[in-house]
Design a protein around this ligand. Structure first.
Ligand code: GUN
Ligand code: FE
Length: 443
């Protein structure tokens, strides 16, 4: 089952899906089609046939476009604080510990295994300012087989970053990022670029103009993708407006950072002009609906962004979001969009409900965000079962021990998808990246 386009849903019961030894998806032979029997026989001879039981559904792997790996030890903690206090009192002190590479290795290994077990086959990571620890994260992703973008965080503004945790200056941060890009590209075993470096200015408030300009130039020079936070919270959005006289989006454009497949986390306060700029640039929003509940002070205008042609995927924003699960965030995306459409003020709700089509954002769309939308946002051939795409996939089993979901015989594809929307980690029984089994399973 997959959602090859926004609003589309396809289920291929009893089909044969071919996957080549190198992990590329080949033909899909529908039941009763011309090539079905021949394909079944050919695969059967190789002993590499995986047959699904009636309770199992194969879906594309999930893309987490925004996750802070070093914040894993504080997931769920201190979310009663506003963003600026949460950063200074909890997050920066925790991230400073990653100067200790051994500490980093233990956390990162645990996190990547957990994300894989939750079906995250592609992740875009913010790490810390520490080169050795961040390279360790890249190595762990490569060893465990997760498709990943790994970012060495850059932050040099002396007013906004504490002395114990910041780059010395713009030149030092840019040089470190340049070294890091080379190191990841040259990691042994990474010839296929399963793991890629990504240029990571933390957010405009934490970076000087010199750093932002320098990283924009480095992106042009190296072809690396860029990730940063954009118009995340009321405080942050107002701070950038006061400093630059422009929105985050327009400012990033001025710094040369608004590039194709750049990942802009959150985007809760983007206006019509920002949306047009983002759509025109080919950058994308990582929608982080759980984190936004705590830190944004607003709800991301998801429908409007999609209607405006803005590419969107999902992010957990660990640990601003408490959950490592993309599925949890897909569920919250549906809830947040529903509440935005229906209105949150009882006195105004009825008129807002007249918004009509907006209320229709539902499970197909959220599933698309979690899979095909996320893959397309960063320009990777993942998230759909189409020839030439990579076989990044999750096997869901409704009858797995601890399951909260039940399937019914003969139900519609939409009903099956909606039932599967209740899937938890217990239902994720196997995960593949590039055709390699990376979590669960027996074959
Ligand atoms: N803005 C700058 N840094 C961060 C971070 O670590 N988490 C979140 N949610 N927002 C940020
Ligand atoms: Fe974040």
């Amino acid at each position: 089952m997959h959602t090859p386009c926004l609003g589309g849903l396809e289920r291929h019961a009893d089909a044969v899906l071919e996957v080549s030894a190198d992990g590329a998806i080949g033909a899909l032979h529908p039941a009763g089609g011309a090539g079905h029997a021949a394909a079944l026989e050919a695969v059967g001879r190789t002993n590499r046939l995986l047959t699904l039981t009636p309770s199992q559904t194969l879906v594309p792997g999930f893309a987490d476009l925004h996750v802070h790996a070093p914040q894993w030890p504080q997931a769920g903690r201190a979310l009663d604080l506003p963003l600026e206090r949460w950063l200074h009192e909890h997050t920066f002190p925790l991230e400073s510990h990653y100067a200790n590479t051994g500490f980093a290795r233990a956390v990162y290994d645990d996190l990547v295994r957990c994300l894989l077990a939750n079906g995250t086959t592609t992740a875009a990571y913010f790490a810390t300012i520490h080169e050795a620890a961040t390279l360790e994260l890249a190595r762990i992703c490569l060893d465990l087989g997760q498709r990943a973008f790994v970012g060495l965080v850059a932050m040099d503004d002396r007013g906004q970053c504490p002395d114990f945790y910041r780059n010395e200056d713009a030149g030092e941060a840019i040089a470190a990022t340049r070294r890091f890009i080379g190191a990841v590209r040259n990691l042994p075993g990474n010839a296929a670029a399963l793991v890629r470096p990504i240029i990571t200015p933390r957010f405009i408030p934490a970076c000087t103009d010199a750093l932002l300009h320098g990283l924009g130039r480095l992106a042009g020079e190296t072809g690396c993708l860029v990730q940063t936070h954009c118009s995340e919270s009321d405080w942050e959005h107002a701070y950038v407006a006061a400093r630059t006289g422009r929105s985050d989006t327009a400012s990033l454009d001025g710094f040369g950072l608004l590039r194709r497949h750049a990942i802009l986390a959150h985007g809760n306060f983007i206006d019509d002009d920002d949306m047009a700029l983002i759509a025109g640039s080919g950058a994308a929003i990582a929608h982080c609906p759980i984190s936004n509940v705590f830190f944004a002070g607003a709800v991301f205008p998801l429908h409007k962004a999609l209607r405006s042609g803005v590419p969107v995927g999902l992010g957990t924003d660990l640990a601003g979001g408490y959950s490592p699960s993309v599925l949890d965030n897909a569920r919250q995306a549906v809830l947040s969009a529903r509440m935005l459409a229906s209105g949150v003020d009882p006195d105004r709700g009825a008129s807002a409900r007249g918004a009509g089509e907006d209320v229709r954002f539902g499970f197909r769309e959220a599933f698309w965000l979690a899979t095909a939308g996320g893959g397309a946002a960063v320009g990777l051939p993942v998230g759909r079962f189409l020839p030439g795409y990579r076989f990044d996939a999750v096997l869901l089993d409704a009858d797995a021990p601890g399951s909260n979901i039940r399937l019914k015989n003969g139900e519609s594809d939409d009903d099956r998808l909606q039932a599967l929307f209740g899937a938890t980690r217990a239902n994720i029984v196997a995960v593949w990246v590039d055709g390699r089994l990376v979590s669960g399973g027996t074959s």
